[in-house]
Ligand binder design. Sequence first.
Ligand SMILES: *[C@@H]1O[C@H](CO)[C@@H](O)[C@H](O)[C@H]1NC(C)=O
Length: 398
Amino acid sequence: MKLLLVVSALLAASACFIYRPVPSGVSEPWKLMLLDACTRFMRTLGTVGHWLGLGSLVNTVSSRMMMADARSDADVTVVDTTLGGLPTRVFVAKSGEKLKRGVLYFHGGGWAYGSWKFYDSLLRRAAKDLDAVVMSVDYRLYPEAVFPAQYNDALAAARAFLSPQVLEDYSMDPGRLGVSGDSAGGNLAAAVALETGSDNSLSVKFKVQALIYPVLQALDFNTPSYVQNQNDCILSRPKMVQFWLWYLGGDLSLKPVLIANNHSSVEEPAVTADIRSRVDWTSLLPARVTQNFQLVVKEKGTPGVVDKLPGLMDVRAAPLLAESSVLSRAPKAYVMTCEFDVLRDDGLMYVRRLQDAGVPVTSDYLKDGFHGCISLSSIFNLGQRSEDSYVHWLQQNL
Ligand SMILES: *[C@@H]1O[C@H](CO)[C@@H](O)[C@H](O)[C@H]1NC(C)=O
């Protein structure tokens, strides 16, 4: 009986699965549609499996499918170790200079999912092409950890990475070190770049920060990109708001409040005009982007949200809220943004604010790009292109 229910539910669902429109102008739309369908199918299969009491089987199968072992090849040695007490995979280029470039990488996944295991191709390639040591850290994730735990893990890893001992152990050039990450990992990389940039006790600093569609703020969920891409299949607005609430330890009942921008109303005393100006996309974004979108600032809103969720105003969680003087001490930056991504304007605003603070920035905007593309270089030409572009910038600037 249970099985029959499952089968008919699956059949009905599969019809709706395949066809869900993707935005026009996006790269390789049919592949994206298929990928979306597959992802949702796997998710449903997982749910159904758990429901049937096959939870551990589902977990084993999915982790086997996802995880790559530490496998060295002709060009790169791969080892699993720890950095700052955290599990870390290290990719070391085999040939070339004695002193190597170093890259510290934080993976994406909404501070809740993901692992360096998904970035094997990108990190392996970066190590090889840059003649570098690339370290990718598995920081703690939600629900085991909430803010500031993920940030603290990332910072601990960064401090260890910059330490004389680690630099020596891996023969890394102290003058050629970078911090990087994508999505929520880009958030951690940006936050770590700000903190280490302003820390005078550090004798070695990052030369560059390379941010791939980073998450940078949680005060405005009605930026043009949040509105335009609110139903995108890879990362929708409700999903991103959920990730923020998980990360900041908030109740999911606040989701509609945040989506309405009710948490940042004019009457919310903590949100001063000064803070607001740091996320004011009407002045920070070019007209090409702002078009006819309207700034959503609520007069009344829902008071007290910021008191309940202080992380909303915390620069360690939202680097876009940093003061100019703090931004000015951050390393040279690369920021990749994608047109079809709720986070596009977080990235573009950061580009502008860093530039205004005097930091050299390369804004790498992919007009047919979508969120997550760099992790999909084996499927999408776009993924390959984004990977090329990222590695090329590091070759030129690190
Ligand atoms: C947002 O705030 C307004 C004014 O206080 C209120 O009427 C509305 O219900 C709120 N919306 C949400 C989703 O909380």
